[in-house]
Every structure is written in C-alpha cells, then in structure tokens.
Write a protein that binds this ligand. Structure first.
Ligand SMILES: [Zn+2]
Length: 441
C-alpha cells in the first residue's frame, strides 16, 4: 500500500468520525458497538428487542397521530389488528399520519418515485436518520466496507447530468474517499474513465445499482478491460439483482456481490451475508409477509419502521414480494432470513447514439411532483416514447411540458413523447408493476 493511499484513507476515516460525532453525538462509537452487539446476538435477544420497539411505536402512533387514533380506537398494541398501510392512504392522509409531537420544522421531507411507479412524499425525523446510518454502517461491513476506504459508487445523480456535479458533491465525495460513475447516463467514455480511475485509486468496495453495474461489467468485458484492484466486495442496492447481473459482474470484478434491500421510505430492510442469505434488519424493521403461509407461499412484504416517530409507517405495503425462511444460516448470524425477494426492476433505456439511460432517471423526475398518481414510461422506438399517466386535480399543462422536456433531455430533443391519460395502469401477470419499460435496449 503506497503512503498517499494510506494517508487518504486515514484522512477520510478521521472525517467520517467527525461527521458521525456531529450527527450522533460524542457517544457514536459506543452506539455503533451496541448496534453490532445486538445484531450479532442470539435470536431471542434481538426478537425481544424488536417486540419491545414495536409496542412502543404502536402506542406512540395511537397517542400522537389522528390517523391511528381513529383507526385503532384503543391503545392495544396488537399489530395484527392494524390493517396494512397503502401508498394511496399515505398520499390522501399524509397530515393525519404525521405525529403531533413533532413540529413541522422537526420533520425531514423525503420522497420516492416509488417502486410501483407511484410517487410518494413522506417525513422522517433525525433519530430515524441516525439509526438508519448506524444500520448501513453495520451491514455494509459484511461486504468489506469500512470508514475511510476507497469506494466506487455507481449511482444515479440528476445534478451530474448537465453540470458535472457541483462543488458540494465533489467535496462530499472527496472527504468520504468515494468516486462516482453516474448510473443515469452511462456513456462509453464515462465508463472508460471510471475504469482508469479504478486502476489508479484501487477501490476496496463498489456500491451500485445492479443494472448499472451490469452495464459497466459488460462494457469492460466486451473491451477486454480487466480491473486489477482486489475488491473486498460489491454492495448492490435499490433495485432487483437479477441472476445474470450477478454472474457477469462477479466474474468481471472477481469478487462477491452483497445484495442490500431497502427503500427510501423505511431504510435498510435486509442484507445478504457471505453465505448468500438475506438477513432481516430486525433492529429497525418488523417485516411480515401478507400471506396465509408466509414460510410457504410468497406474498406482499409489509414493513413496519421501528424508529421513524415523525410519521409512523406500520405494516406499510412497500410493493415487493417475499417469502420467509426458518433456516439457521451457516454464516453464524441469527437474524431471520428472507428466502425469496421479488423486488422492483428498472429498465435501461438506450438513445439513438448508443448512450444508456437508467430508468431511475425518469422516476426521479416524479419525486415531489404534484398532480401524478401513477405513471409508466415506455420507450417504443428510438424516436418514440409513451408516457401513461394517472392524474389528479393538481395536474397542469406545465407538468406535462416539464416531463416531456426531461425525457427529451435524456433521450434526445427529437424524441416524441405521447402522453396518454389513463384511469389506471394494469398490473402485469407477474404481479410486479414495471414503471419503466424499454422495447429498444
Ligand atoms: Zn447468513
């Protein structure tokens, strides 16, 4: 290891510590040790911790939100009496779901394009974010990550599309010892630059959208470029990791992929271990399968986020399908295992010039956009797209023009976008909604 590389990771590690002290307070190290100890403990300890947190959350929701007060009628903390929380309900009764014990200033706004093509705005509190970060630190270390180490991030960044990123982002990347490949727009030259940077900076882990990772691996393989750095692992997140993505990427980068399952609404839900099982993050999440036989028949995943008191999500139907397992994992960790996960898939679009555009670019345009209940974007040909859209009263012609402009920014100004207003977007046979489809790429 050369000295500058060592100095860079030490410098970055010191700044990570400063950042975590700023966020979590001086007790950060002991907080992280407690998280480690709980997640590595026996099944009984973690489940009893989880049940306790669940009871506290339900009581808090009943006492401080008008939605749950109305719904539950009593302060019984029996979760089985609570109907699943649907996205539509969150949209329609957002204010009633917010806790009265948090002032609007204490709520942190967040949004998602939604795994089902249904944009959603919601609120989280500071403690939620602190706990979420602690869990990410714990589980990412399963994949070989640690504070200060060099990391390649292949992720979508809207700001980077036009202006190459602003100084704030660059500063963040620098002190975190990260370098980026923008997954929203993968050009041959960007991918080649990322490869050159990998050779120079020798990252120890990669964090990536699986579809973008796959495209990058395919580019390297087709151009006979072999990364020489020795990676400890790759963290794949935010969308479905298909088996063919995994096979090619593990082969090209010569390391294991660790699948991380989560969502902006609830944080980290489960993480893959060295033995290839997805362990449920029971410290933060109470996970149920909406099925008569959750160990036999797959069903909708219902997520209760145990730390977000600003806007409690209890039995939230996140839009993914799963199955539980009662197996004890050979890796030694005793967190319960999610056996099957049929998650969200994101299409990759292709422009006439051969540039690849990640489907997440389009869904991010819908974050925080008023007027849209549901959408689906289909790339029919290089010249033509269809945007199917379910709207409400807040929809205006400006919204339509805005969306067309954003689609053309990515795919080309000569691409025609037919906006079709529909009453609903039918669910395909698979049961999984696809909000971006490309018939070209
Ligand atoms: Zn395991």
């Amino acid at each position: 290891m050369s000295i500058p590389r060592f100095a860079k990771s030490s410098f970055s590690k010191a700044l990570w510590t400063a950042y975590n002290f700023y966020r979590n307070g001086i007790s950060f190290h002991s907080q992280l040790s407690q998280v480690d100890a709980l997640n590595d403990s026996d099944r009984e300890t973690i489940i009893s911790y989880q049940r306790n947190r669940l009871r506290q959350l339900i009581l808090h929701a009943y006492q401080t939100t008008s939605y749950y007060r109305e719904l539950l009628k009593t302060d019984s903390q029996d979760i089985s009496q609570i109907p699943p929380l649907e996205k539509e309900t969150i949209k329609e009764q957002s204010a009633d779901l917010c806790s009265e014990s948090f002032s609007p200033k204490q709520r942190i706004k967040n949004a998602t394009g939604g795994s089902t093509g249904s944009p959603l705005t919601f609120y989280q509190d500071r403690n939620y974010w602190n706990q979420r970060n602690l869990s990410v630190y714990y589980f990412d270390r399963w994949a070989g990550w640690d504070f200060g180490q060099s990391q390649l991030i292949i992720w979508g960044a809207l700001a980077d599309l036009k202006d190459n990123g602003n100084w704030k982002q660059k500063l963040n990347h620098f002190w975190r010892n990260q370098f980026w490949l923008n997954g929203f727009q993968l050009t041959d030259s960007e991918m080649y630059n990322a490869y050159k940077k990998m050779e120079k900076l020798k990252p120890e882990t990669i964090l990536a959208y699986p579809s973008s990772l796959f495209q990058f691996a395919k580019f390297l393989s087709e151009n006979e470029l072999k990364p020489t750095c020795s990676l400890r692992g790759i963290i794949s997140s935010a969308e479905m990791l298909h088996p063919h993505y995994r096979t090619l990427s593990e082969n090209v980068f010569n390391t294991k992929i660790y699948n991380r399952y989560g969502g902006r609404e609830v944080g980290l839900i489960a993480m893959e271990c060295a033995e290839g099982r997805m362990h449920i993050n029971c410290r933060d999440i109470y996970l149920e399968i909406d099925s008569e036989q959750p160990y036999k028949t797959p069903g909708d995943i219902l997520v209760t986020q145990l730390n977000n008191y600003a806007m409690p999500f209890i039995r939230y139907r996140i839009g993914d399908i799963g199955l539980l397992s009662d197996e004890v994992c050979p890796c030694g960790n005793l967190l319960p295992v999610l056996k099957e996960l049929l998650g969200r898939s994101t299409a990759t679009f292709k422009t006439k010039n051969g540039e690849l555009v990640h489907g997440g670019y389009f869904t991010q345009q819908f974050y925080d956009l008023d007027g849209v209940i549901q959408f689906q974007l289909i790339q029919e040909t290089f010249e033509q797209c269809v945007l199917k859209i379910v709207i409400n009263q807040q929809w205006t012609e400006n919204t339509s023009n805005y969306l067309i402009q954003k689609i053309q920014d990515a795919l080309g100004s000569d691409v025609s976008v037919n906006v079709e207003f529909v009453d609903e977007i039918a669910l395909p046979k698979s049961g999984k909604r696809e909000f971006t489809i490309s018939k070209v790429a």
